[in-house]
Ligand binder design. Structure first.
Ligand code: CO
Length: 164
C-alpha cells in the first residue's frame, strides 16, 4: 500500500480507454489499496486507476451515509435514469469545479477484489460519483461535460457556512 502521485490534466493516460482486468491477482489488490491510500491522502470521494498512471478498468468511490468504499473492477453501466445538475471536482484538476449534468440513478455491474460479480444501484451524489469514475476508465474527463465553471468564491458561499 502506498500513496501515489495523482496524474494531473493534461496527460495522455487520462484520456485513453483503459484495459479490462483479466485476472484479479496481487497486482490488482495492491492497486485497489494504493487507490484508497491516495484518495484519502488527497481528500477525494473517488479515484480511478489512470489517475495514478495505471490504465486499467479499476476505480473506487465512497458511497452511502457511512462513506463505504465501493471497489469497481471492470464496471459497466447497466441502466441510468433521470438528470440533475450539480457541482463536481476531480483530483486531476486541482483548481477546477463546475456544474455537470448526470443521471440521478445508475445501476452497474462490476467485480470486487474477491472476483465476485455484483450489481449495485445508486442515486443522487453516489450515482454522480460512480459515473464520474467510470468515465475516467473511458478517458472521459469532467471538464468535457462542464456546463458552467464555479469559482472558489461561489463554492465558499455555498459550503462555507456548513464547514465549521
Ligand atoms: Co475525476
Amino acid at each position: 500500500m502506498a500513496i501515489k502521485e495523482v496524474v494531473k490534466h493534461p496527460a495522455a493516460v487520462l484520456t485513453e480507454k483503459c484495459t479490462e482486468v483479466t485476472e484479479i491477482n496481487e497486482e490488482i489488490i495492491t492497486l485497489l489499496d494504493d487507490l484508497y491510500d491516495t484518495m484519502v491522502e488527497y481528500d477525494g470521494v473517488g479515484i480511478a486507476a489512470p489517475q495514478i498512471n495505471v490504465p486499467l478498468r479499476v476505480a473506487i468511490v465512497e458511497i452511502g451515509e457511512e462513506r463505504d468504499i465501493l471497489e469497481m473492477i471492470n464496471p459497466t453501466v447497466l441502466e441510468t435514469d433521470g438528470a440533475e445538475v450539480d457541482i463536481e471536482g476531480c483530483l486531476s484538476f486541482p483548481n477546477l469545479f463546475g456544474e455537470v449534468e448526470r443521471p440521478t440513478y445508475v445501476k452497474i455491474e462490476a467485480c470486487d477484489r474477491e472476483g465476485r460479480v455484483y450489481e449495485l444501484e445508486a442515486g443522487g451524489f453516489d450515482a454522480r460519483a460512480i459515473l464520474h469514475e467510470i468515465d475516467h476508465l473511458d478517458g472521459v474527463l469532467f471538464n468535457s461535460k462542464l456546463i458552467r465553471v464555479v469559482t472558489e468564491e461561489e463554492l465558499a458561499e455555498m459550503y462555507g457556512e456548513e464547514e465549521e
